[in-house]
Design a binder for this molecule. Structure first.
Ligand SMILES: Cc1ncc(COP(=O)(O)O)c(C=O)c1O
Length: 363
């Protein structure tokens, strides 16, 4: 019998168990109101308190400078892909927006932007199967561009930017969907940071967008109201009925993160978790990591098995042990272990031991 299932899915991903328990506890009767949090108005004082608490916890946990605004936008990260050129291309006379193509979502972000601005791809690792992050020197960044977009962590291939590029005068925009709050970052280096919620933050379908306030006010006239960051900021992300449940869950996840010691403590644990899996991969000829070692993600560990036809057996046996959703992305194959903040070391240890055992049995 399986005593505990560990969910290694890339997103929607696992949530911390104490958060799930708290949701269950408060579900039918939110703090003595006799109704659920999802049944009250998004303009009710009780909900506004949740929204404000989520924002202030995020500020506290990240040290976000005061000149950055926090927005909750509908439609997940891909809706932000469309919103970025609509909000910022107008900053440049030529409407040029720069994109670093380091993976599938990076490419999709650029393709979407192309509908609304002049996209220039400044670097690409497509030719080597997105297994690394190419160097991006300042000379490649046209200083008249509206922004430079990067994908901080590439969920599918398991690579990440260890050192963020310097855009000079050009604001840096980072898709941090699969790594927000997993490592300490200096927000002053970014114009915009955004993330779909479904990995480190909460339910799918929404995104958090952190914007430096001097970048607001440039939206194209035809920007749909609900994609306009300036309007969202003015309305405290309540232009229409927001996803109240998602914001409630974010608040609980941030409270949990604070109890764990905050982002610095989480980063340390995340590094230890990833190191344990890479140690197994590097320690045997049976496994082959997809990302080049110096560009490895600490959130998504992607690897192949060297034995032909053994991947399905690996996945099947893993699932039988309570190691769920380890299948690699369809275009890459192999195995991907997504080990976001809520994944405990015990889950990683269980996977690492299984990998060692499987390699011994089949190597
Ligand atoms: C890095 C990255 N960006 C964007 C997305 C798309 O997010 P969403 O499904 O919220 O649009 C994903 C989804 O996994 C992702 O990993």
């Amino acid at each position: 019998m399986i005593d505990k299932v560990y969910n290694f899915g890339a997103g929607p991903a696992m949530l911390p168990e104490p958060v799930m328990r708290k949701i269950r506890e408060e579900w039918l009767d939110y703090r003595g109101m006799g109704v659920s949090i999802i049944e009250i108005s998004h303009r009710a004082d009780e909900f506004i308190a949740v929204l404000e608490e989520a924002k202030s916890l995020f500020r506290e946990l990240t040290g976000l400078p005061a000149n950055y605004r926090i927005l909750f936008m509908h439609g997940g990260a891909r809706m932000v892909f469309s919103a970025l050129p609509l909000n910022f291309a107008g900053r440049s006379a030529t409407r040029q927006c720069l994109y670093a193509e380091t993976g599938n979502f990076a490419k999709v972000a650029a393709q979407e932007a192309q509908k609304f601005c002049q996209v220039k791809t400044v670097i690409s690792s497509a030719a080597s199967g997105y297994d690394h992050i190419p160097a991006l020197p300042l000379e490649l960044i046209d200083q008249d561009a509206a922004y430079l977009h990067i994908t901080a962590n590439n969920t599918i291939f398991g690579t990440r930017w260890n050192k963020f590029p310097d855009g000079g005068r050009v604001p840096l925009i980072a898709d941090m969907t699969s790594e927000l709050l997993s490592r300490q970052i200096d927000y002053n280096r970014f114009g915009v940071v955004y993330a779909g919620l479904q990995k480190n933050l909460g339910p799918s379908g929404m995104a958090m967008v952190i914007v430096r306030d001097d970048l607001l006010g440039y939206a194209d006239g035809a920007t749909p109201t609900l994609l306009d960051f300036t309007r969202a900021d003015k309305d405290n992300s309540l232009t229409n009925t927001t996803n109240t449940f998602a914001i409630y869950v974010i608040k609980l996840v941030l409270e949990w993160l604070k109890e764990q010691g905050g982002v610095a403590a989480m980063e340390k644990t995340n590094e230890a978790k990833a190191a344990r899996l890479y140690q197994v991969i590097d320690g045997s000829d049976f496994y082959r990591g997809i990302a080049q070692p110096e560009h490895r993600s600490i959130m998504n560990v992607s690897f192949l098995l060297n034995g032909d036809g053994l991947t399905d057996k690996f996945l099947q046996q893993a699932e039988g042990r309570g190691l769920y959703a380890l299948k690699g992305y369809r275009s890459v194959g192999g195995v991907r272990a997504s080990i976001y903040n809520p994944m405990p070391m015990a889950g990683v240890e269980k996977l690492a031991s299984f990998m060692e055992e499987f390699a011994r049995a089949h190597g």
